[in-house]
Design a protein around this ligand. Sequence first.
Ligand code: FE2
Length: 445
Amino acid sequence: MSKISLKRIISKKEVSSLLNGLSNFSGTDLCIKDAEQNIIAGNYSCDSHYIYPVDLDGNIIGWVCGEENARVIAGLLNHIASIELEKKALANETLHKYKEITMLYDFSEKAASCLDSKEISRFVISEAKRLIKADNISVMLSNDDSDAFEVITHNGKETYSEEMARLQEGVAVSVMETGKAEIINDIKSDSRYASNMDDLISVMFAPLKVKDKSIGVVKLGSRSRMEYSAEDLKLFTSLASQTAVAIENARLYENLKDAFIATVHTLAETIEKRDPYTGGHTKRVMQYSLAIGRASGLSDDEMRRLELAAVLHDIGKIGVRDSVLLKNGRLTDEEFEEIKKHTIYGEEILNHIKHFKNAIAGVKYHHERYDGRGYPDGVKGEDIDITARIIAIADTFDAMTTDRPYRKGLSLETAFEELKRCSGTQFDPELVNAFLNAFENKLIE
Ligand SMILES: [Fe+2]
């Protein structure tokens, strides 16, 4: 049934005055009916033999009854209806284009601000599903270390299955190589088809291209036969282009972040080498701290801040003299005051580097005590930054359980008892529990 209503057409002022004019001019009455034979204009008795259909694309949308000249009126209404249909199609197309452009703009804005390739992929899948009918969408990246694709998201779920990637490899590899998007509405008829575990029938592939290089492929498919059009492919390709740029940015950022973390670890290890007996301390403090952080439900941002602060917690020791730092045996009061300054030195060093700023609280306050009797500022309870409260436990636990030249390390059980004894005075009791639970659940080796 046509979506164009004859009643609506003839109710338009210009059409109705045109019909009246023609009726007066010819001196005959007209009767216009809708497709169901209901009179919608005119008052003619309608028992005339002259009845002409008004049709639109093969569908009758009404009738014109009258004298023989009613044929002209029916023809005119046919013409007006087809113009209306065209106008409606154009309006729909414009609206559709507007929605696509808005979506692509929103997508590029969001994708550009995201620096996680998995998140970008999840986002592209949800956006593509809103616009194109599909049962399955996968984002696959080429893997330099293997000849299979890395499937980073599959239908919105994070996954990696080399087998799955190989099965899809035929068409995906060819799209990677040519850099051209493809529609295959019947995949089984394609010579590159290899049975795929998703049982897809109609698929579209678009390359993830950065400049002239393909870094992967996005696949969209339906388990029922579809007629994906060139328009669908164009839209899908635009989405893939935006995705590729966003993923490449995220990869560059991830590489930069890895290089940064590696540099930080090297820096911490270099400092640690001043005291050969503390070998591995920094790494263990980081591992214990991260375990407590995870067990306490810290956010991803806080976990990153915690990792950085844990690795750098004793960086200020670089400013403490060897004769004090490496002294065997009891420190004098003055020497202890000098050691305490490593927290302040740490703050001063990190203050110079923008990327380290959010680690400062963890570094500066890792010797504060929950009861406020710590140093350097005597901050108390939850006023002490959470990363510092965590590092305090991890640092003390490692110091207790590690052998020193002048004493043997405590057993794990004794050290646990010591943590419990100091819970609520030296340490945050909730974080002590989180640490003990992490050990109990074998989250710490
Ligand atoms: Fe320290």
